[in-house]
Design a protein around this ligand. Structure first.
Ligand code: 6PG
Length: 237
């Protein structure tokens, strides 16, 4: 399908369009397969989107929530992506706890927790070793440096191709992250990018050629749909 870029007037417009897309994809996924698997972005941009999703009437028992990356902290820590999504959305709706699949961060060994979560994904999706499951929806943000999930510039995580989950690193702080192959297997990837701070990196990400090691969001080329929802400030053109 190729990249679909939509420029909205402001952040509120990006989130409203994001809600429309997510609602449509949830409906079509449940219609087609009886469930929807969605992986959430962390950071600050999507918080209001999660609050808006919480206000919708949805078949919560058919929706399974994952995270595309996680800081290596507990769910109560202010930096926790899991904690943010629970507070903004999941604690406000009757979704079964069994449908919430956070990345584990409690063993003290990020690589061990990454492997644990990888096994959980394989069991949930029923895939064999070497197979890559296809999420219905993966939401992503992009940092001012062009990273996405916890795939940071010039880190080893960018090159991991034989795993679903790996350990990312930001300023020597470990994070758990989906790998590029897992993200690129998705049926629908939606980037939500707002603010002037993102424009320089986005210019490089959208450029005809450029270094994906420096701008890792260039690596996201899913087999399914790829949506970039931008506000005017972030728009490179
Ligand atoms: C995280 C995210 C990360 C985020 C970008 C954009 O754990 O921080 O997954 O990839 O999406 O850094 O963050 P903002 O939305 O806060 O700009």
């Amino acid at each position: 399908m190729g990249k679909q870029v939509e420029v909205l007037p402001d952040k509120a417009g990006v989130l409203a369009r994001g809600l429309e897309l997510v609602m449509a994809k949830i409906a079509s996924s449940v219609e087609e397969s009886g469930r929807c698997t969605i992986a959430l972005a962390g950071g600050s941009t999507p918080k209001n989107l999660y609050e808006a999703i919480a206000a919708q009437s949805l078949p919560w028992d058919k929706i399974h929530v994952f995270w595309g990356d996680e800081r290596y902290v507990g769910p109560k820590h202010p930096d926790s992506n899991q904690g943010m999504a629970r507070q903004a959305w999941l604690d406000r709706v009757p979704i079964p706890e069994a449908n919430i699949h956070p990345m584990p961060t409690g063993s003290g060994e990020p690589a061990v927790d990454a492997q644990t979560h990888e096994l959980e994904l394989k069991q949930f999706f029923g895939v064999a070793d070497g197979e890559v499951p296809a999420f219905d929806i993966i939401l992503l943000g992009m940092g001012d440096d062009g990273h996405t999930a916890s795939l940071f510039p010039h880190t080893a995580a960018l090159s991991v191709s034989d795993r679903l989950i790996t350990v990312g690193s930001k300023d020597n702080q470990p994070r758990l992250t989906f790998t590029v192959p897992l993200i690129n297997r998705a049926k629908c990837v939606i980037f939500l990018v707002t603010g002037a701070g993102k424009r320089p990196a986005l210019t490089q990400v959208f450029a005809p050629d450029g270094d994906p090691q420096t701008y890792p969001s260039r690596l996201i080329q899913p087999i399914g749909e790829l949506w970039w929802l931008l506000d005017q400030e972030a728009n490179p053109v």
